[in-house]
Design a protein around this ligand. Structure first.
Ligand code: PEP
Ligand code: MG
Length: 908
């Protein structure tokens, strides 16, 4: 057990003071370094400053806890003894790295400073004692990293000096710069830092160390980190750890290397080590994409890591297998080989694409490493969403290739197809995204590009590998992404991308296939995924589709809530069933009114001046509606179908504009001015609060009568045909119990009359939507007249916030930016406000009727956070669009598992 006042924890040398269980205290990186040390895996030793030290620093305006300096000194002493080297000692210098590590992996903060402990004296002594080139190179790297992240000298200014040095020495690679050239670079870097930062690079190693620690703690609260936390819902109260670790060198010669690896393929989920390495390089060379790394397994032409590093490669494989077995989870590791000896620098849960997540989860259950419940916790609803994401039609792609439109190929870093206009900076991407899809095209990305990446439909970089920033972040966001497309010459300044002899400009259309890595000129149309096709029966079954279904099968075994679909037509209903719908939660009958053969009758019904006049068009509409319902009941035989009576204001059904109104008058043989006057009288300024929903039913009851009759007759027809029909009639927008009681009475009377006439009895429930705040507040009274409630959270959100459903776009971006809203409440339920009304209505409703059936049919019914909320309030079902059903099924299961976890100690 760890005490509150201890701020520094040691790891390495075969032991550790912390473990993987201490993520909150030590950060992910620190906790896993400790765990690896405990497992006896070779880890360079070091120590971790806790997240509590960071929070203290934040709360005390940059002051450290009083005991921290002494604790750091003690741990440094231990490290010196272990390594038999001393920090700042010119003869036997101990060099250190400083890295951040929050409890949740978080780009945006200061990342790494390497080689701390080098200064002028150490440099001079080592130039003569050891490898003169190596120590110079290490010092110039320290100057760059420290200058950039601690002293805030822009990175590109260092790059410029280096580029000039390479040109002067006529070498392509920094690693080939001769010692004399490096001396020149070092002097130029020192001068650059002194001039830009207004103070020289610190020559006291302890000052360097504390400078690094301070930069990590301070970066917890920088703008980029705050942006990242906001976008990902990470609380600002966690803090970050700081890991101080003895350096090992992957750049000490040709018997050294550095690399990153996944224990399974992060793009496809295929088993086996998957990674990249660079000979004679330091870690940041791989991640920054400065040199393009080679695959560890090599290619058909060879070049695998084992050719040069047989022992270290075998050990890496063994360590990775051990780590995966230990964590029972796919790991993402960083390693260094120093003179043939392997060191592990990091292990963490590997980020993965949707298809990989599903495959890994299913296969790990098959390998008996995890239970199906754990598998469900690891597959995010977004992963399924990604698998249903569009790709390009193969023929269209072939045509584009034949037409010479395939411009380049890069590494397939994030699957899925996207097309959009080119934006060359993150800011431009964010601005352009308001007018339609955008592809962000850059040399490489960095944490400050996060907001622009979020706004883009896809991301392309000309540099970098599968583990570059762009690749990692895009996969996390589930966006199509291609990296390392080196044929692309991206020139942000001139606003051009040159590729394959062509010049593309910002704003031009581009298409990318992130699954294959191909880049095309022009806007190819993305199309539905193979998994989707397999699920709907439109395409052949595949391994991926089978794994997808397995996840859904497990979900169905765990979830408590039912899932229904919002579907308006028999075709929608058939699709919904294919996606696992257990009923229809909302059939919006008005959608049937818009079809060409119906709309004239609907308009005649609307323009009628009396109930008498309305009868004829209603009589014509009745059989049409009835046949729609018959189709839906047939498709959903054995399952409930909630049909909502007419909801929108009638003016929505009239044509817009004078010409169209005049045409309508002509068709109907009425005076044009009469039609115009009627349209004017129906026009509403804010129709969402006007003459709609059950207000129509109350003032023109013949319409609801017709619909109730159509439903009841359709039910009788299908019942006679042998189907088990379970219709539910839903009355929208009720705000008072009187509205509901009257309309219910009328509806029940129609049903009884029809069933008598038809000589068939089919139970038909009559319920209401809860979508007006008042209805939620008086739900007890309303429940007396309802067989069920279905929460219309779209309208309920609109009316609770007083935000118009159609206008929120005009101010939402600024509200989100300013933190006035944490998210769009029309997408994700506002639990505190709107949710409180839902809770009230559920409690009152069930008080009045213990078995009152409760569901939700607003857009929130398909959104995972909201689904978790609906699970907690105890709804019986959620209803969402057919395509979101797989997501809802998984989210409903995960909500159950999360609720169970809250009431259980840690574990599966
Ligand atoms: C709702 O308001 O949540 C709802 C489902 O109805 P509509 O979106 O049709 O208003
Ligand atoms: Mg509504």
């Amino acid at each position: 057990m760890v005490s509150d006042t201890k701020y520094v924890y040691a790891f390495g040398g075969g032991t550790a003071e912390g473990s993987a269980a201490d993520k909150a205290l030590l950060g992910g990186k620190g906790a896993n370094l400790a765990e690896m040390s405990r497992l006896g895996i070779p880890v360079p030793p070091g120590f971790t400053l806790t997240t509590e030290a960071c929070l203290y620093f934040q709360r005390h305006d940059g002051e450290y806890p009083p005991s921290l300096a002494e604790e750091v000194d003690d741990h440094l002493k231990r490290l010196e003894e272990l390594q038999e080297r001393s920090f700042g000692n010119p003869e036997k210098p101990l060099l250190l790295s400083v890295r951040s590590g929050a409890p949740i992996s978080m780009p945006g903060m200061m990342d790494t400073v390497l080689n701390l402990g080098l200064d002028g004296r150490v440099l001079e002594a080592q130039k003569n004692a050891g490898d003169g080139r190596f120590v110079r190179d290490a010092y110039r790297r320290l100057l760059t990293m420290y200058g950039d992240v601690v002293m805030e000298v822009p990175h590109r200014r260092f790059e410029k000096v280096l580029a000039a040095a390479r040109a002067a020495a006529a070498v392509a690679d920094d690693g080939a710069l001769p010692p004399a050239a490096l001396d020149g670079v070092i002097s130029a870097f020192e001068a650059l830092i002194a001039e830009s930062a207004g103070r020289p690079f610190p020559q006291d190693p302890m000052e360097q160390l504390w400078g690094g620690i301070r930069a990590v703690f301070a970066s917890w609260d920088n703008q980029r980190a705050r942006d990242y936390r906001r976008l990902n819902g990470i609380p600002g109260t966690m803090g970050t750890g700081v890991n101080v670790q003895a350096m090992v060198f992957g750049n000490g010669g040709d018997d050294c290397a550095t690399g990153v690896a996944f224990t399974r393929n992060p793009a496809t989920g295929a088993p086996g080590l998957y990674g990249e390495y660079l000979v004679n390089a330091q870690g940041e060379d791989v991640v920054a994409g400065i040199r393009t790394p080679k695959p560890i397994e090599g290619t058909a032409a060879g070049g695998g890591m084992a050719e040069r590093f047989a022992e270290a490669t075998a050990e890496l494989k063994a360590v990775c297998e051990r780590l995966e077995g230990h964590y029972r989870e796919m790991q993402d590791v960083e390693f260094t080989i120093e003179h043939g000896r392997l060191y592990m620098l990091q292990t963490r849960t590997g980020k993965r694409t949707g298809p990989a997540a599903v495959r890994i989860a299913v296969e790990m259950v098959g390998e008996e490493r995890i239970s199906p419940a754990t598998a469900l916790k690891r597959v995010e609803p977004e992963h399924l969403e990604q698998m249903l994401a569009p790709d390009f039609d193969q023929n269209e792609k072939a045509r584009a290739v034949a037409e010479g439109k395939r411009l380049a190929e890069g590494l397939p870093a994030g699957p899925g197809a996207a097309s959009g206009r080119i934006a060359l900076s993150a800011d431009r991407a964010a601005a352009m995204a308001a007018d339609g899809p955008v592809l962000l095209v850059r040399e490489e990305t960095s944490p400050e590009d996060i907001v622009g990446m979020h706004a883009s439909s896809g991301i392309v970089t000309s540099r970098g590998g599968m583990t570059s920033h762009a690749a990692v972040v895009a996969r996390g966001m589930g966006k199509p992404c291609i990296v390392g497309a080196s044929e692309l010459h991206v020139d942000e300044e001139s606003g051009e991308v040159r590729v394959a002899g062509q010049v593309l400009r910002e704003g031009d259309d581009l298409s990318i296939d992130g699954t294959t890595g191909e880049i095309f000129a022009g806007g190819l149309a993305p199309r539905e995924s193979d998994v989707l096709a397999a699920l709907t029966g439109a395409g052949p079954d595949t391994e991926a589709a089978r794994a997808f279904r397995k996840v859904l099968e497990w979900s169905d075994g765990v979830r408590r809530m039912r899932v229904r679909a919002n579907a308006d037509t028999p075709e929608d209903a058939i699709r919904a069933r294919a996606f696992g719908a257990e009923g229809i939660g909302l059939c919006r009958t008005e959608h049937m009114f818009f079809e060409e053969d119906r709309i004239p009758r609907v308009r005649r019904m609307i323009l009628a001046t009396s109930a008498e006049e309305r009868r004829a068009p209603l009589e014509e509409l009745l059989p049409v509606q009835q046949s729609d319902f018959e189709g839906i009941f047939e498709a959903m035989a054995g399952l409930p179908v909630t049909v909502r009576l007419l909801d929108p204001p009638l003016h929505e059904f009239l044509p817009h504009g004078e010409k169209a109104l005049a045409e309508l008058a002509g068709d109907m043989g009425i005076d044009a001015s009469e039609v115009a006057a009627k349209a004017e009288s129906l026009r509403e300024v804010n129709p969402m609060l006007g003459h709609r929903g059950c207000r129509l039913g109350a003032t023109a009851p013949e319409i609801y009568d017709m619909q109730a009759e159509a439903i009841a007759r359709a039910a009788c027809v299908r019942r006679r045909a042998g189907d088990d029909v379970q219709p539910e009639i839903m009355i929208p927008l009720a705000g008072t119990s009187e509205e509901l009681s009257r309309l219910r009475e009328r509806t029940v009377a129609v049903i009884e009359r029809v069933q008598q006439e038809e000589g068939v009895e089919v139970p038909i429930l009559v319920g209401t939507m809860i979508e007006i705040p008042r209805a939620a507040l008086v739900a007890r009274d309303i429940a007396a007249h309802a067989d069920f409630f279905s929460f219309g959270t779209n309208d309920l959100t609109q009316m609770t916030f007083g935000f118009s459903r159609d206008d929120i776009g005009s101010f939402l971006p600024q509200y989100l930016e300013q933190g006035l809203l944490p998210f769009d409440p029309f997408m994700r339920i506002d639990e505190t406000g709107v949710g409180s009304l839902v809770r009230t209505a559920c409690a009152q409703g069930r008080e009045a009727k213990a078995h009152l059936h409760l569901g939700v049919c607003g857009e929130h019914g398909g959104e995972p956070h909201s689904i978790a909320f609906f699970e907690r309030v105890g709804l019986d079902y959620v209803s969402c669009s057919p395509y979101r059903l797989p997501i809802a099924r998984l989210a409903a299961a995960r909500a159950v598992l999360a609720a169970r976890e809250e009431s259980l100690p840690e574990g599966e």
